[in-house]
Design a protein around this ligand. Structure first.
Ligand code: FCB
Length: 476
């Protein structure tokens, strides 16, 4: 008889992390030689972010990183995923590195290691140096080569002390929100440019992974983080709805995992987009460069996507979860309609569905057998407010985390090799087009004073990290 699995106790080596990204937390945008990224330009463009908010100060992590690391250590976290600001390291996106920019990350990593917290570095979390956008941005092939050069610089600087590496965060958002729907920087709305951007991001990943490996110790692990969608049909028995699922699954997932894991774009994707492009920007040898062996795969999950054939649907502004636009982030999919998944939602309007996380993990367990998986983002925004004695009580977030971590544990019991979980996010922070309106942090930030207060979810998650077992969920 197999041992019955305790549904809430995790393997002892499981990493209990939290995640952030540079532009969302660092601030200090004009210090130590840093130049503007596309997010500085975009957030300073009127009408692009809620209330015109920017990451100029964000949560001032650049100056408060020691306190933030101490906070993580006090909570009991064992891992931290953060991103590097490319324009701190290579202000023009090319040429020699600025050592003072790299020094910030060296100090951050040393501080983490001193406290027993395992760092995971993301090289690119959406903040392209503005000069590279001015030269054409991701639709331009050269950007992939610039990324490889930057990857090599950071790999040389931190490869001796950081083992876990992520080339790109959610290239779907960079390509399709940045260049098709335009709700993210640089705010362009050109479907063909978005497909080129997707290919050059794939190429950047492949060239970047090789560049990292050329300068780092072999023990280091190279991964990337995909926001792979769990796409479901409105009517599972309807062939047209299933065709809509195929199309969105290709545009959300296959466009990245096809070339990266299998060395080819899905034929169905090439056909569905053939009226827009013949994909002649994919040059000989590109697929080989992209299809590098990975040491791990990062999955970011928030909510599933529900689709149907569009016939009966009125066309209107589409929301892709990160903001509404009249331009679709799904090139070639005008015949697909998007629906709200039923059920309770977070403050982002995202339906809470932990079964989607289980499904996603099992899918990649099948698609990439033997590849270790990390949940590199998962979390929820709620309208958190301190109570009169200053405590922030967020039972909804505790329930969200409990539900999703239980789904991860179930997947492990079902044979998936999930090595860790990074809660999004350590701190309340700049939530892109939503500015500071949406609070994803386990730690509350008072934006007037920048004081940090762990919410009850942070304390709950810290207990889970210390014991390797999910504590009971309190009743609200
Ligand atoms: C993900 C992003 C992250 C944050 C969360 C809520 O798509 O990677 O920066 O915005 O969503």
């Amino acid at each position: 008889m197999p041992e019955p699995v305790n549904p809430v106790t995790f393997p002892p080596s499981f990493l209990w992390g939290a995640a952030t990204s540079a532009y969302q937390i660092e601030g200090a945008v004009r210090e130590d030689g840093r130049t503007p990224s596309i997010w500085d330009t975009f957030s300073h463009t009127p009408g692009k972010t809620s209330g015109g908010e920017t990451g100029d100060i964000a949560v001032d992590h650049y100056h408060r990183y020691r306190d933030d690391v101490a906070l993580m250590a006090d909570l009991g976290l064992t891992a931290y995923r953060f991103s590097i600001s490319w324009s701190r390291v290579q202000p023009t996106g090319r040429g020699p590195a600025v050592q003072v920019g790299l020094d910030f990350y060296r100090r951050l990593v040393d501080e983490l290691l001193a406290k027993g917290i395992k760092p995971a570095v993301t090289l690119y979390h959406w903040d392209l140096p503005q000069e590279l956008e001015d030269a054409g941005g991701w639709p331009e092939r050269d950007t992939a080569h610039r990324f490889a050069e930057y990857a090599q610089i950071v790999g040389e600087a931190l490869g001796d002390r950081v083992e876990n590496w992520i080339t790109l965060n959610e290239p779907w958002c960079s390509a399709f929100l940045g260049y098709a729907s335009g709700v993210h920087a640089p705010g362009r709305t050109d479907p063909v440019a978005s497909l080129k951007a997707a290919h050059h991001l794939n190429l950047a990943h492949g060239l970047g992974a090789s560049a990292l490996r050329s300068v780092m110790p072999a023990r280091n692990a190279v991964a990337l983080s995909l926001n792979s969608s769990v796409v479901r049909p409105l009517s599972p028995g309807n062939a047209e709805d299933l065709a809509a699922v195929r199309k969105i699954d290709d545009l959300a997932n296959g466009v990245f995992h096809g070339p990266i894991l299998k060395g080819a774009y899905p034929e169905t994707l090439l056909t569905a987009t053939s009226s827009l492009t013949d994909w002649s920007f994919v040059l000989d040898g590109d697929l080989r460069s992209i299809n590098q062996p990975l040491d791990a795969l990062g999955l970011n999950y928030y909510t599933p996507t529900l689709v149907s054939a569009a016939d009966a649907e009125p066309k209107g502004p589409r929301s892709d979860g990160h903001g509404a636009s009249d331009h679709s982030p799904w090139p070639g999919a005008d015949d697909v309609a998007f629906h709200q998944t039923p059920g309770e939602r977070t403050e982002m309007g995202w339906t809470i569905d932990p079964s989607g996380l289980h499904e996603l993990i099992m899918r990649y367990t099948e698609e990439a057998p033997g590849l270790p998986l990390y949940i590199t983002e998962n979390g929820a925004a709620y309208d958190d407010k301190p109570d009169p004695d200053g405590r922030v009580h967020d039972p909804e977030r505790v329930a969200y985390l409990h539900g999703h971590l239980s789904a991860v544990r179930r997947a492990i019991a079902d044979g998936a090799d999930v090595r860790g979980y990074y809660l999004w996010s350590l701190l309340d922070n700049f939530e892109w087009a939503y500015g500071y309106e949406k609070r994803f942090g386990a730690v509350y930030v008072d934006y007037a004073t920048l004081t940090r207060t762990p919410k009850s979810s942070a304390l709950w998650y810290g207990r889970a990290a210390r014991t390797g077992t999910l504590p009971e969920v309190e009743t609200a």
